[in-house]
Design a protein around this ligand. Sequence first.
Ligand code: URA
Length: 220
Amino acid sequence: MADPASRSDRAKAARETAASLVPESPTIPKLQLAAARCTACELHLLGTQTVFGEGPEKARVMLVGEQPGDREDVEGHPFVGPAGKLLDRALEDAEIEREDVYVTNVVKHFRWEARGKRRLHRKPAMAHITACRPWLDAELAVVNPEVLVCLGATAAQAIAGRSFKVTERRGEFVGVEGIDAIVTATVHPSSILRADDVNRDAEMAAFVRDLTTVRRSLDG
Ligand code: URA
């Protein structure tokens, strides 16, 4: 299976970013079209298709996850699988319309490994995040959201720096150099799916609280 296993592969992948593929005067449809042909890292060989961000071009809130999962890879849309369904419920409870937010991922292809007939999620490597970063930067430039919500550690560390700990700083609003939006981080919805029965409700409530804080910040 294609994977940047060796150091030289990783270095090569890091040099190769999507930057040269980003169109001039981008719009979201133009970016979606260009990203569909992205070969900046080897994940394009693994994923069925590029899963680009979606939502209003002038959304006030952008949600950023890690990478598309199995369902997203098949359907071609972000957060449409089990984690997406949970996200939808949490947004509803926080009184945020999903149609009003722009939803994307730091990596736009599904990284997976075969386990029998199943495709198991693998975390993206730094090289994949680096290769894909120009797409996220272009989405940020076009949408220009007021609040950027990182869902989980991969997104939070890609955006707010590698030392950022979601466990310690969830729900805080922070400034990040080079990003106009105020940045906040919360857990990834799949962590709530993985939580045991005893903790799941409390974790969902905390997630909804973080999203409610985001909604209220827009009123203030
Ligand atoms: N997990 C993510 O981080 N993003 C998706 O789009 C789906 C699952």
